[in-house]
Unconditional design. Structure first.
Length: 307
């Protein structure tokens, strides 16, 4: 089995901004997607597609995963985008925005295959779950077509879709907390608006063998907030997180790399279980805690992430 390339820091870049695209190709990001949708005004759609084709044909992308985010399935641009992109060898995937219905995903997959019939392997699909309907249908979307390889959570549009009073992309609104006072005796506790949609997308991705990518932190100049939101996604089990500025790449990569202490503990668990197996046992006590094969599987995941 070939190990998938990492997609820990997934950099978004407007496709019509040639200088930014070139910087993205040379960046430390694991993956890049050139955006033809929200980051591109209607007057620049044609130029964005031309630049995406040029960049895929001429730039050195190294070992990065390279994707293009299409316009909506009902847009006036998507037919031309599919025709222009489907045969390009360096295109790994297209990101389908506002994925909501399995039939739409299948239609895009079939059109890509027909337009790129000369490719040795079809273009993969990565689905952006960013509406209430998309989240309700996420299981069907994940299972909709063999070309689907990843699910992304679109945090900004999702918040708008459910009517949340957010002002910052990817951050819970200030009012979303349990509040208490000394008089009531209740403690104040912040809540996380995105905990449920993140887990919902993650579970669907894992159920169908897909990668899971969290949405971006809009506060791109705040390295601490960028890293803390990435740490949350990494701790949950996500494979990566979208970033919208090069300054977010390093703290995001750092968040998805296990610490030396985590790696050392994972290796201790494997060693302890190996010794237990040699003695005919399926569990062992380590540091006052019982260790069994579930711990082994978790430890192997941590070591894999660190390699």
């Amino acid at each position: 089995m070939v190990r998938a390339r990492p997609t820990r820091a997934y950099l978004a870049v407007p496709a019509h901004r040639a200088r930014l695209v070139e910087k993205a190709a040379a960046s430390a990001a694991d993956a890049v997607f050139m955006d033809l949708e929200d980051a591109v005004p209607p007057s620049e759609k044609a130029a964005a597609l031309d630049e995406a084709v040029r960049s895929l044909s001429t730039l050195d992308w190294g070992t990065k995963t390279v994707a293009v985010r299409l316009n909506a399935i009902d847009s006036a641009f998507i037919d031309q985008e599919i025709r222009a992109l489907a045969s390009l060898a360096r295109l790994d995937a297209v990101i389908v925005p506002k994925a909501e219905r399995a039939s739409d995903v299948c239609a895009i997959a079939d059109r890509l295959r027909a337009a790129g019939a000369d490719r040795p392997a079809p273009v993969a699909l990565e689905l952006l779950i960013e509406t209430a309907l998309g989240l309700v249908n996420v299981d069907a979307l994940a299972a909709s077509h063999e070309s689907v390889r990843a699910l992304h959570l679109g945090v900004g549009d999702f918040a708008a879709s459910i009517g949340a009073r957010c002002s910052d992309v990817g951050i819970s609104p200030d009012g979303y907390r349990q509040t208490g006072t000394a008089q009531t005796g209740y403690a104040s506790a912040p809540l996380d608006l995105f905990a449920y949609p993140m887990m919902r997308v993650l579970v669907a991705a894992r159920a169908f063998g897909l990668r899971a990518i969290d949405g971006p932190c809009g506060a791109f100049r705040d390295a601490r907030l960028t890293e803390s939101t990435a740490q949350k996604a990494a701790a949950m089990g996500f494979d990566g997180k979208q970033v919208i500025h090069p300054d977010q790449i390093e703290p995001t990569l750092h968040a998805f790399m296990p610490s030396d202490a985590e790696l050392a503990q994972a290796r201790r668990i494997l060693e302890a279980m190996a010794q237990a197996e040699a003695q005919g046992q399926g569990a062992v006590t380590l540091d006052g805690k019982m260790i069994d094969y579930a711990n082994v599987r978790m430890a192997r995941r941590i070591i894999e992430l660190g390699s």
